[in-house]
Design a protein around this ligand. Sequence first.
Ligand code: SF4
Ligand code: MG
Length: 338
Amino acid sequence: TKPLLSVNDMAIVFTSPDEPDIEAVRQVDLTLTPGKTLALVGESGCGKSVTARAVLRLLDKNADISRGEILYDAAQDGPVDIARLDPDGLAMRSIRGAQISMIFQEPMTSLSPVHTIGNQIDEVIMLHERMSQKQARERTIALLDQVGVPGARDRANAYPFELSGGLRQRAMIAMALACTPKLLIADEPTTALDVTTQAQILDLLRQLQDDFGMAILFITHDLGVVAEVADEVAVMYLGDVVEQGDVYEVFRAPQHPYTQALMNSVPRLQRKAERQRLSPIKGTVPSPKDRPEGCAFTSRCPHAFAPCPNIRPERTEVGAGHIARCHLLTQANVEEPA
Ligand code: SF4
Ligand code: MG
């Protein structure tokens, strides 16, 4: 299958009037395929949400894509480089919300408190498709029904505050799916929910992916969630994607020391006998300001050696479609300084 979206060597810079620019995202390569879920995983602050917002060109004013491309293959017209589009221009506005849409941890990020959920979903439909409100409302009700909102016809007249957290999440998902997007970006959509509701929403997303065939970019810090939803995984550390591949392969045989440490810090992913001798990752994530020129993980890596702080590791294929960036994987090719 040909990719729907490829992010190639993307960097994102934050500027501020009285400080040097900060490259918050330094090296991101991602490929999204129709019908598949790619989980982008990493600790808070690693740049995963910023990466997602860049794909929709929803970065804050002080942030910009400084390198790389975001190739979106929009079927008829051939690929478009989203990184080159005007964020407020017609081309981007026709992609955003219709072909690529996004759901968030907090539904109130996308739902307005002062309009009924039905009116809000109708609006999204009518913004992108020629339709009367009456026709739009029928689609809205069908969508609410499809995402498991009981009594959808009546509930469409409810305001967000009249719904439970789980139902609000479902309403937001219905709104994101209003124009049957080809790509759904989900930024920690279940993090604020209780375990039962979380499981229901993950099930729902799986079901909707089967029904609609969309690609999903699922952003999370939770490896348990990755194991449940993802076909592929990309692990991010301090602005770099350090490892990526088939989720089964990466979980079975993680190659990057950061991925290995991340796996070891999650008790339910470990075999029981191993639990006692494993420990969480030492130290804290440095600021991107203090990131070394070379491997971002140098300051916390138990295996760091001579080339690590100064030379950036290359993408190395360690299995079919399984890629990691670490000097240990290419050690023979790295020249030790005299
Ligand atoms: Fe550790 Fe060096 Fe590999 Fe980075 S490149 S993960 S510091 S061994
Ligand atoms: Mg975030």
